[in-house]
Design a protein around this ligand. Structure first.
Ligand code: CP3
Length: 324
């Protein structure tokens, strides 16, 4: 997760050339280049498209800025009338640039390297649209949903519709697998989780399955805890990304025989620490997952402080330890 990024000197160089982070995302030659950098260095089995979950609101017309050291900033949506002007139709020119990146990648990647396309889940994207930035508790979005559930449903519907077109365009351009990132799924009580996490995700998964037979969709309901089981059962995802606190072997056992692939879940901070504790933990995860349908991954995004050589160690240890 975040295999491309600031921990790599070659990424920092390309990013400086691009100017802003969004310029990097929307320039196919550069976005493809940073996607390929970690593949060249480490030979991962899968590449993830270089883009961001906030390209969706940006392309719909709610402009997004990435301020140095501050993360994303948007003009916050205060009421339903603030998003009346956003439209799925407006997304075309910007989405086309992302699709071009996917096309280039499918050409440049080795045939055996899977290409993962992605989007943010409607709930998580809505939290940024309403807060205008990242937040600890997603309070503004949760309050919006309680105070104006109909207005909030309209925003979610807009995101469902746009995300289906966005993901579908990525598949047509050459993505082999799709992932839906629901980073803030863990902030909702069960009734709200059902409405804003499960239902919209289920609609996206169903549409993708209908349009693109055989393209697997992986869900990542970060922080969902016990509700992650419910999420897998109801949304129809083909794979479940486990965050650092969700044991992959419990997930695999719960869905034994149901063709659900489990992905996860090394702590990104252990990858910063490196050395013997990292090697031991990799061995432990592989041992627990032996014989189960499993994709080795991190439990959340790689952090900029990660020494690139620790990632090389990780890949070596995973390859030695797994008997694929
Ligand atoms: O390599 C990859 O994994 C593909 C690219 C990717 C990025 N963002 C690039 C990025 C992916 C899959 C994402 C997903 C994403 N973006 C999520 C969901 C996954 C998660 O981490 O929970 C979220 C919540 C975002 C929103 C976002 N984008 C934030 C909060 C930030 C700031 C964080 C930071 O570290 O500064 C970003 C910026 C961002 N997206 C960077 C990268 C490589 C760092 C930007 C930089 O170069 O300065």
């Amino acid at each position: 997760m975040r295999q491309a990024g600031r921990y790599l000197p070659e990424y920092r160089e390309t990013r400086a050339k691009a100017g802003g982070f969004l310029d990097l995302c929307y320039t196919p030659a550069l976005a493809a280049e940073v996607t390929l950098q970690p593949i060249r260095r480490y030979g991962f089995d899968a590449a993830i498209l270089f883009a961001d979950i906030l390209l969706v609101p940006d392309a719909m017309g709610q402009s997004v800025r990435f301020a140095e050291g501050e993360g994303p900033l948007l003009d916050p949506i205060r009421s339903a009338k603030d998003f009346a002007c956003l439209s799925p139709a407006a997304t075309r020119p910007k989405f086309e640039r992302v699709f071009e990146t996917v096309q280039r990648l499918r050409q440049d990647l080795p045939d055996e390297t899977a290409l993962i396309g992605f989007c943010g889940a409607p709930w998580t994207v809505a939290t940024y649209m309403i807060e205008g930035r990242g937040s600890k508790d997603q309070a503004a979005a949760r309050l919006f949903a309680y105070r104006d559930p109909e207005g909030f449903q309209k925003l979610i519907d807009l995101l469902v519709e746009t995300s289906i077109e966005y993901l579908s365009g990525q598949v047509r351009a050459g993505a082999d697998v799709l992932q839906i990132f629901d980073t803030w799924a863990g902030s909702l009580p069960d009734d709200q989780f059902e409405k804003w996490v499960i239902a919209p995700t289920q609609r996206i998964v169903e549409a993708i399955h209908e349009r693109h037979k055989g393209v697997p969709v992986i869900g990542f309901p970060r922080g969902a805890q016990g509700s992650a089981l419910w999420y897998v059962a109801e949304t129809g995802v083909d794979g479940i990304g486990c965050d650092t606190a969700t044991p992959p072997y419990m997930m695999a056992e719960a869905f034994e025989g149901e063709k659900v692939v489990v992905q996860g879940n090394l702590d990104p901070l252990l990858l910063v620490a490196g050395g013997e504790p990292l090697e031991a933990r990799v061995g432990e995860i592989l041992e627990l997952m032996e014989g189960k349908p499993f994709i080795f991954n991190l439990g959340h995004g790689i952090v900029p402080e990660t020494p690139p050589e620790h990632v090389a160690d990780l890949v070596r240890w995973v390859r030695q330890g797994s008997r694929a």
